[in-house]
Design a binder for this molecule. Sequence first.
Ligand SMILES: [Zn+2]
Length: 84
Amino acid sequence: MEFQLQVGWADHGQHEVTASVNVGCWCETDHGNHDVDVLKFAVGDEMSLPQAFESCAERMTGWLADPHDADLWRAREDLPARRM
Ligand SMILES: [Zn+2]
């Protein structure tokens, strides 16, 4: 289970900020991992880079307070559970 907070470039030459949670894949076909929740903001007239970063960081704080249980996230997203 991983949490990512990322500042990158969008297509239109502006920054975008992404916060995501991803879990390992236990599907028949191995996808490597799955994003189970993503929050993304494009920086522009509506939102500055600090605002976007702050919003993503705030969401991340919420996720980190949730139980760190990848199986719970897989169940929520209807992904196959880990095989024992
Ligand atoms: Zn998969």
